[in-house]
Design a protein around this ligand. Sequence first.
Ligand code: FMN
Length: 219
Amino acid sequence: MKRYEFSQEAKAGVYQVIRERRDIRAQFLDTPIEDDVLERLLTAAHQAPSVGFMQPWNFILVRDQGVKVKVHQGFKQATEEAANMFAGERREQYKTFKLEGILESPLNICITCDRTRSGKVVIGRTANPSMDLYSVVCAVQNLWLAARAEGIGVGWVSIIHDDDIRSALNIPEHIIPIAYLCVGYVSHFPERPELETAGWLPRRKLEELIFFDQWGRKD
Ligand SMILES: Cc1cc2nc3c(=O)[nH]c(=O)nc-3n(C[C@H](O)[C@H](O)[C@H](O)COP(=O)(O)O)c2cc1C
């Protein structure tokens, strides 16, 4: 029987990029991202699966420092609100984290979802209307992995209200900002998630997360 698997080397590359992808919000270099590299990243994102093949994404490439400053102001406000949601020591630890690299990264990319693209009824989005949003997240992950393979760091900034992103980037009301990404070459990639290293949360054991046939069934 013909098997369609990749070569050992190609498979190893796939697993390596998954394992070594990190969320990056510091250690950005000034080195600009070459046009052909950027095109590869965006093509990888655009090759993502999407419900009913609706391809609901757009990519807003942000290089203008003035626009970045506006987005950063939105982050500052939201992170203050966020800090107040934690209590005691957790709040103090939260405040020590660097949770974005908006101003230091040479490129920011906002990936959006147009829920109206291709009409009201979309194959696969009929029972669950969130599927278009999930499709855009697939595109984000493709870009994130491709970037890691290129040696480019990506950090997802979610601590900001949609309306602040909308007003900074002039995004119409019916378009949903899904991911605001800080993108650039970096001096290094940490080996482990920073929140793990900081002792915020450990990586869970995979076997604890797997059930058989029924929720909660372990055998
Ligand atoms: C949907 C989503 C939103 C995130 N938002 C933020 C954020 O606002 N700031 C931040 O520093 N990291 C953010 N992260 C990164 C996570 O903290 C990170 O993925 C996690 O700690 C695991 O680390 P790793 O990505 O380096 O493996 C986000 C990740 C995802 C998937």
